[in-house]
Design a protein around this ligand. Structure first.
Ligand code: PNW
Length: 579
């Protein structure tokens, strides 16, 4: 009876909640929710919430899977390690004079080049309420915000990686892949984002890391891949507030402190352009803000830079041999015509995408020109001290470089846009397309319709890599920390044999890695690649309807199968890695 009354009360409170006094309330796993009914501080109710209450109030019931304790790996069947048919058969019989494998003898990956696979906590772990995990914003977005995920899927079970990671690591090792890049769930480690630490989560990640090391797989860690602890979003708007900076630092301190001796390569934050672009969030679920919608991504970005830089210095203090970097994204920007306006549009695009985080971190500690022109109308300038703190805080240039776009000026011209806040392209004031200037051919083969941003554009990869090296001059070289292809309509296939041969993805990996080999031969210092993704997973707003895996996962049974692309990926290193 009591719990039902409490539940109803909490349901009511949910409409208005604002969480305050975060630091004082976090010494135990109970959070204080203050209700402000009219925005006036005259009507405030404090309700103590246990973690369970917090889940019930904001997320509700979650699904679980039958495998709900850590399991030993099932042996990888040797038949599953037989390579697939080749991408191209020669048009004449193979024989002594026609070697089956063609190889360009002037290409090579240097001996210490690392190649691996990547995944992210909310997309693969499942077990969302297990062993003390607190909710993240993505638990709310998937469960409570209608149509935020087009398929209404959630990450409740996902790939059940939280319990099946031993099998998953064994399978990577069996393929010959030597690097696994995963992300930590902040709200597992700190269920309310700050304060009390969940020891079970630390023990879990201890074992993930140790399992990698046992299999000879190098673990790499990303601290933040979009799954912000819900409590921090509700308390002060998450990345919209500078209050996130010390909380991210506290979280980073726990992770670096615990694992610095076992994990050498770290990434602080994944693709801030994308996750800052989530703002503004749908109203009614999280804390309201007065910051205008159009400005919210840039407040987020400002605090990302401060949080990243502080965490970088902290990590180096703890162990100065660590490699620590931010994960960038964007794509190569191809000027669509040779007009002056299109040239400016291209520079605007660099400034509002890669340059937003890369110029501060690699060059100046501050924003690039066109971005600064806009954000200086509302953001505080970085102080000299902040600029110094931000500059130089990336050991490698880590780029999730999936694809490229043609860039051109808006039809109205650039100035008509920059002077008019209601222009549909404001504040970017450049346009993009996947089509050549004949408005007929796309840049390359399309991915799944659920990822209209992704076409194969591997021809531009060498130019892109040169641009990264020449522009941001990373001291530790360039790593492609995510690349991959959404095989078109893959989720509609029901026949296993047809799922497992994924020609668009296979060709993408082959052509992309050839492009990297060309760039290496031309003197670009590329140091590693991470294929996205270790296996099919929750593709955020597209749910399980879009597939990026180099392994297929049957989401009913949680069985895993290698796709052909896994072999094509590895084969490039078997062929070209220097002995
Ligand atoms: C990345 N774009 O996101 C993310 O890091 C992954 O979590 C995600 O699953 C993967 O790519 C595939 O989408 C991106 O529009 C999302 O250019 C969008 C873009 C790039 C990367």
């Amino acid at each position: 009876m009591f719990s039902i009354t409490l539940f109803l009360l909490l349901q009511f409170v949910r409409q208005f909640v604002e969480c305050q006094n975060l630091s004082s309330s976090l010494s135990s796993p109970i959070a204080t929710v203050s209700q402000t009914s009219t925005g006036s501080s005259a009507f405030v109710t404090n309700v103590d919430l246990t973690l369970e209450d917090f889940w019930d109030l904001y997320v509700g019931p979650v699904s679980t899977f039958s495998i709900n304790t850590t399991v030993e790996p099932t042996p990888v069947p040797s038949s599953s390690l037989i390579p697939p048919p080749p991408l191209y058969y020669p048009s004449f019989p193979t024989g002594q004079q026609v070697p089956f494998q063609s190889k360009n003898e002037s290409w090579k990956f240097p001996k210490d080049f690392w190649y691996g696979v990547a995944g992210a906590a909310y997309q693969i772990e499942g077990a969302v309420k297990a062993e003390g995990r607190g909710p993240s914003i993505w638990d709310v977005l998937t469960h409570r915000v209608p149509n935020y995920v087009v398929t209404n899927d959630t990450g409740d079970v996902a790939d059940n990686h939280y319990y099946q990671y031993k099998e998953d690591i064994a399978r990577i090792a069996a393929l010959g892949i030597k690097t696994y890049s995963f992300t930590l769930s902040w709200s597992r480690i700190l269920p309310f984002g700050a304060g009390a630490v969940n020891e079970q989560a630390l023990a879990h990640y201890d074992d993930v890391i140790d399992t990698c090391l046992d299999y000879g797989v190098t673990p790499m860690i990303t601290l933040y891949h979009w799954d912000l602890p819900l409590f921090l979003q509700n308390s002060y708007g998450g990345w919209l507030s500078e209050r996130i900076v010390p909380h991210f630092n506290e979280y980073a301190r726990i992770a670096f402190g615990r694992w610095h001796s076992k994990v050498q390569t770290w990434f602080t934050l994944n693709e801030p352009i994308v996750f800052c672009g989530f703002y503004p969030f749908p109203i009614n679920y999280f804390k309201k803000t007065d910051i205008p919608d159009v400005q919210q991504p840039y407040y987020c970005g400002h605090h990302v830079l401060l949080a990243h830089a502080a965490a970088y210095h902290l990590g180096k203090q703890i162990n100065d041999s660590l490699s620590i970097s931010l994960k960038h994204n964007g794509g190569y920007k191809i000027q669509r015509t040779d007009s002056e306006e299109d040239a400016i549009a291209v520079q605007r695009s660099w400034d509002f995408q890669e340059g937003w985080f890369s110029d501060p971190v690699f060059l100046t500690g501050d924003y690039p020109r066109y971005l600064r022109e806009y954000v200086s109308t509302f953001l505080p300038d970085f102080t000299e001290e902040q600029k110094q703190m931000i500059n130089g805080t990336s050991d490698i240039y880590a780029h999730d470089a999936y694809t490229s776009d043609f860039i051109m000026a808006p039809d109205t011209g650039i100035e008509a846009c920059t002077r008019n806040e209601s222009h549909p392209l404001f504040p970017l004031c450049y346009n993009t397309t996947k089509l050549y200037a004949n408005d007929y051919w796309a840049i390359g083969a399309a991915g799944d319709p659920g990822t209209p941003w992704l076409h194969q554009a591997t021809d531009w990869v060498p130019a892109f890599l040169h641009y990264m090296q020449d522009t941001w001059k990373p001291r530790g070289g360039i790593a492609i920390t995510e690349f991959g292809m959404s095989e078109p309509y893959e989720s509609l296939k029901t026949n296993l044999a047809s799922i497992l041969i994924d020609p668009v993805r296979s060709q993408y990996y082959r052509d992309y890695l050839e492009a990297i080999l060309i760039a290496l031969a031309e003197g670009v210092n590329v140091v590693g690649t991470l294929a996205w993704s270790i296996y099919d997973n929750l593709e955020w707003g597209q749910g399980y309807g879009v597939r990026f895996g180099i392994q297929y996962v049957n989401f009913t049974t949680q069985e895993r199968y290698f796709k052909a692309s896994a072999f094509h990926y590895v084969n490039m290193f078997d062929t070209y890695l220097e002995e």
